[in-house]
Structures are given as structure tokens and as C-alpha cells.
Design a binder for this molecule. Structure first.
Ligand code: NAP
Length: 246
């Protein structure tokens, strides 16, 4: 079998994750696509992600659940024998001011966004350690750096990813494993489509480039951090935010 590189992307059924998957597919990767929703149209998704005869493995599972992550990684290794790149992308929001935030809204955001990164990385890293190479890119957010009213849960989870990334980069550098994070600003996806127009306008006005970003613009940076073009970059958080945070 032709030895294409292999990438595992969590939450890749739509939004930023799907664009990341397309970017890797176009660059000759075999794909492991994680998703959670029962309603995901896998046939349609497969059509969108098929390039140059690449192989695609779909793995359904909740990143917040450790044993489901263990099972997904097991299936991936059974099929491809290796994982060259892990992209921790799956994420959710449950916004609200702290005064009104329910405990379950805090827990679910931390469990998916932060514990999910631990669950996937912990299961993938032994294989990267063994072959002494690997790239891990996790999707944080600019609000993990600067905070945002109404998002204490989400900001905490995204700030947690930054600490996790820097610590793991230090642990794994000697094994040639690179660990970085990407911090998107305000990107057009389902996650932001729920915001009211006046909220979008006021956020847009604060962005030096005066527009929302696209999922493709985030995907390009994720791909760069997973490629040999970034051979002297580890433990970093790269903002993709039109200059929102500097
Ligand atoms: P999105 O359109 O809402 O897509 C979220 C993806 O995550 C979906 O594929 C969803 O799967 C998956 N997912 C949700 N919970 C999951 C779970 N427990 N286990 C596995 N997969 C799960 O979001 P997006 O805007 O593309 O965001 C992608 C990442 O970028 C997130 O980490 C988000 O926090 C981050 N981000 C986004 C923005 C933005 O402006 N959009 C800004 C900064 C950071 P299903 O389709 O199966 O539900």
C-alpha cells in the first residue's frame, strides 16, 4: 500500500474541522474523520473529502468520553498503522454570564473542549513516541487569551488548551513531536451563525481587517503547523483573527 501520511481530525463533519480535512486531503493525506451526530451524511462527506484516491476512515465518538477516544484511535491504528498528525478541533459553546451559568454548562464545555484534547492526545501520543515523530495541533481561541464576557466556561477551556500545548511541547520535543495551537478569532461557521446581527456587527467593527475569517483561512495555518514548513516551531499559539488580538 502506498504510504500516504495520516491525519486524525476531531469534529470534522462541518465548519473549521471539515475545511481542515479538505486541506489535508488535497495535500495527499489519508483521513480519519471524527464526528458525533447521528445525522451526519457520511456519503456526502466522503464525496467532499475524496481527493487523489485517498482513504477515509469515519470514526463516530464523543471526544469527552475517554473510552470512546481509546476505541477511535484503536480503529485508526488497525486501518492505517500510524497517525502522523492529530488535530484537536471538536468544540462547543454554552454561553451565559457566570451569575446565570448552570454547573452542567460549565462541565460540558470543559469536558468536550479541554478534556477532549487530553483524551485524544493521551491515546495518540504512544504511537508518535514509538516512531519518534508527530504533529499535534489543537484549536484554541483568542478568547482563551483575552477572555470574553459570557464565556467563562469556553475561555477557561481554550486557555487550558494553551497550557496543555506548551507543557506537552516541552515534554515531547526530544522525541521530534511538535505541539502547537491555533487561536481563531471570529470565523464564519455554524458556531457563529447563531449570533445576532448587531453582535456580529459590533465584533466586526473591532477587527482591524474589518471582516470575519473563513474556515479555510484557519485550515491553512493548521496545515502549515503540521507540515515540514514549520520545522522550528513548537509550543506556540498562532492567532488567526484578522488582527483582533495583538
Ligand atoms: P461547529 O461548526 O459548531 O462544528 C463543531 C464540530 O465539533 C462539529 O463537527 C461537531 O460534530 C463536533 N463536535 C461537537 N461536540 C463534539 C464531541 N463531543 N465529540 C466529537 N465531536 C464533537 O464549530 P466550528 O466553528 O467549526 O469550531 C471548530 C473549533 O474551532 C472549535 O474548537 C471552536 O471552539 C473553535 N473556534 C471557532 C471559532 C469560530 O469563530 N467559529 C473561533 C475560535 C475557535 P457534529 O457535526 O457531529 O455535531
Amino acid at each position: 500500500m502506498e504510504d500516504k501520511k495520516v491525519v486524525l481530525i476531531t469534529g470534522a463533519s462541518r465548519g473549521i474541522g471539515k475545511e481542515i480535512a479538505k486541506k489535508f486531503a488535497k495535500n495527499d493525506y489519508n483521513l480519519i474523520i471524527n464526528y458525533i451526530s447521528e445525522n451526519t451524511d457520511l456519503e456526502e462527506l466522503e464525496k467532499e473529502l475524496k481527493y487523489n484516491g485517498n482513504e477515509i476512515l469515519f470514526v463516530k465518538g464523543n471526544v469527552a468520553n475517554y473510552s470512546e477516544c481509546e476505541e477511535m484511535v484503536k480503529q485508526a491504528i488497525e486501518k492505517f498503522g500510524k497517525i502522523d498528525v492529530l488535530v484537536n478541533n471538536a468544540g462547543i459553546t454554552r454561553d451565559g454570564l457566570l451569575m446565570r451559568m448552570k454547573e452542567e454548562d460549565f462541565d460540558s464545555v470543559i469536558n468536550v473542549n479541554l478534556k477532549g484534547v487530553f483524551n485524544m492526545t493521551k491515546n495518540v501520543i504512544p504511537y508518535m513516541m514509538k516512531k519518534k515523530s508527530g504533529k499535534i495541533v489543537s484549536i484554541s481561541s483568542v478568547v482563551g487569551v483575552v477572555g470574553n464576557a459570557g464565556q467563562t466556561n469556553y475561555s477557561a477551556s481554550k486557555a487550558g488548551i494553551i497550557g496543555f500545548t506548551k507543557s506537552l511541547a516541552k515534554e515531547c520535543a526530544s522525541r521530534n513531536i511538535y505541539v502547537n495551537a491555533v487561536a481563531p478569532g471570529f470565523i464564519q461557521t455554524d458556531m457563529t451563525s447563531v449570533l445576532k446581527d448587531d453582535v456580529k456587527e459590533s465584533i466586526g467593527a473591532q477587527i482591524p481587517l474589518k471582516r470575519m475569517g473563513t474556515a479555510e483561512e484557519v485550515a491553512k495555518v493548521v496545515y502549515f503547523l503540521s507540515s515540514d514548513e514549520s520545522s522550528y516551531i513548537t509550543g506556540q499559539v498562532i492567532n488567526v483573527d484578522g488582527g483582533m488580538v495583538m
